[in-house]
Design a protein around this ligand. Structure first.
Ligand code: KIV
Length: 273
């Protein structure tokens, strides 16, 4: 019996093979229906731990649990068919030891069906990245502004603003690439530094507030849709969904307050039944 799906998903090695080629398109996704809408247009969808802030109103990403990531990861995998799905490892689930990271990453992959995980950190995470990739877990790295370290960084600040900080960040990029990461997110990083890193490493760089020289870009979907209200300076809002939702809810509230309730002709007929 064949269990081949009708549409083949992109894989981590296919993303790596795009280094220096056609730009890699990606977005975050947290639920099934937005994943389904984005799926035909993106190469990968990241179930980012930013969901703690965007969906759950947290102040930062530190309170996000593994169970929460798994719940949203499953929804995004169910909603999509073609994009590679990458699930973020939340704070406290991978830093302590490579074996702890393996246990938790393997759980994420088994329970969500995702194709890769992402973790934050450069040189300090190289041993763990090597350990995971040797054991069948594709890892996307993430350096520059790493939001899980917000308390050490002293805020959500652009990294590499002065040239004397560049060498350490370049070393981070090389360390995770050499350890076997299949791609690397460069977040909120000085533009020339992101360009230098992109030129120096053999895996694709995915920029978010970094450089147009990166091999691809990722944005938080709700930010680029105009749903979150307050967005970082580099984010272009491609829609005004928040305003559209507000207008629709206002009309609804007006109709209900004048007792314009839609009547149900049959049991529960759908529009295209
Ligand atoms: O959690 C997230 O959404 C991320 C992206 C901003 C890269 O890590």
């Amino acid at each position: 019996m064949s269990v081949q799906p009708s549409v083949r998903r992109l894989t981590a090695p296919q993303i790596t093979a795009r280094k220096g080629g056609e730009p890699i398109v990606s977005l975050t996704a947290y639920h099934a229906h937005t994943a389904a809408i984005a799926d035909p247009f993106v190469d990968f969808l990241l179930v980012g731990d930013s969901l703690g802030m965007v969906m759950h109103g947290m102040e930062n990403t530190l309170g996000v649990s593994l169970d929460l990531m798994i719940m949203h990861g499953r929804a995004v995998v169910r909603g999509s068919q073609r994009a590679l799905i990458v699930v973020d490892m939340p704070f406290g689930t991978y830093e302590e030891s490579p074996s702890e990271a393996f246990k938790n990453s393997a759980r994420v992959m088994k329970e969500t069906g995702c194709g890769a995980i992402k973790l934050e950190g450069g040189t300090r995470m190289a041993e763990t990245i090597d350990y995971l990739t040797q054991r069948g877990i594709p890892v996307m790295a993430h350096i520059g502004l790493t939001p899980q370290s917000v308390n050490v960084l002293g805020g959500f600040k652009t990294q590499g603003r002065t040239k004397d900080a560049w060498a350490a960040i370049e070393d981070d990029a090389k360390a995770v690439a050499n350890a076997g990461a299949f791609a690397i997110v460069l977040e909120a990083m000085a533009e020339p530094l992101a360009q230098r890193i992109t030129e120096q490493i053999a895996i694709p760089t995915i920029g978010i507030g970094a450089s147009a020289a990166c091999d691809g870009q990722i944005l938080v979907m709700e930010d680029m849709l105009g749903l979150t209200g307050k967005v970082p300076k580099f984010v272009k809002e491609f829609g005004q969904i928040g305003i559209a939702i507000e207008a629709a809810i206002k009309s609804y509230a007006q109709e209900v307050s004048t007792r314009k309730f839609p009547a149900c002709e049959h049991t529960y007929a759908m529009k295209d039944d």
